[in-house]
Design a protein around this ligand. Structure first.
Ligand code: MN
Length: 209
């Protein structure tokens, strides 16, 4: 089945005042849809037309030269945005619990230090891109990527990603990317991030065993 934009799991206005309704409409209905349409058009007629987006992103080297960049950008955009809607919630914010909270304390020292590392990644990303918390097969790591590059392309498991393209924040925050990043943590869906962490660590143990 070709890629599809998943329905937003909450109302467009539900993340107000941190993310405005108009941005959510444009971002979900227009930008994400465009990534899906372009990825589907590029993959049509290839052996990957039915593949999962995760599979496609690990097989970019196998694609013909004239398709590789368009698939990288647009299948990447599809994967990144599908994750983004899922890891935000109108009931978001607060602190993570359980194994994820312990791992964050172990690796970063505290939740505040993690937020600082993720925000710094977003502020320092020149141009457009994403800042990530990932599981890299051995544990937690933070980095940023340009454009729509996904951690999946390097076989890392994205747990949390913040979109720092201007389309994600410009209507409300204009040039104030640091303010958007600061505010974003009020909508983070920690239970969804923890679920992704649990799946990633299960894979890690399976691989080690
Ligand atoms: Mn975006």
């Amino acid at each position: 089945m070709p890629f599809e934009v998943p329905p937003l799991p909450y109302d467009y206005a539900a993340l107000e005042p941190y993310i405005d309704e108009q941005t959510m409409h444009l971002h979900h209905d227009k930008h994400h849809q465009a990534y899906v349409d372009k990825a589907n058009a590029a993959l049509e007629g290839t052996e990957y037309h039915d593949s999962s987006v995760e599979h496609v992103l690990t097989m970019l080297d196998e694609l013909p030269d004239d398709k590789r960049t368009v698939v990288r950008n647009n299948a990447g955009g599809h994967a990144n945005h599908s994750l983004f809607w899922e890891i935000m919630s109108p009931d978001g914010g607060g602190e993570p619990e359980g194994a994820l909270a312990e791992a964050i304390d172990d690796v970063f020292g505290s939740l505040d230090e993690l937020k600082k590392a993720v925000n710094d990644g977003g502020v320092n990303r020149f141009g457009s891109g994403w800042t990530w918390l990932v599981h890299d097969g051995t544990g937690l790591a933070v980095y940023s990527t340009p454009n729509q590059d996904s951690p999946i392309m390097q076989s890392d498991e994205p747990l949390l990603g913040i979109d720092v393209w201007e389309h994600a924040y410009y209507l409300k925050y204009q040039n104030r990317r640091p303010d958007y990043l600061e505010a974003w943590w009020n909508v983070v869906n920690w239970p969804a991030v923890a679920e992704r962490y649990a799946r990633a660590t299960t894979k890690e143990h399976a691989a080690a065993g």
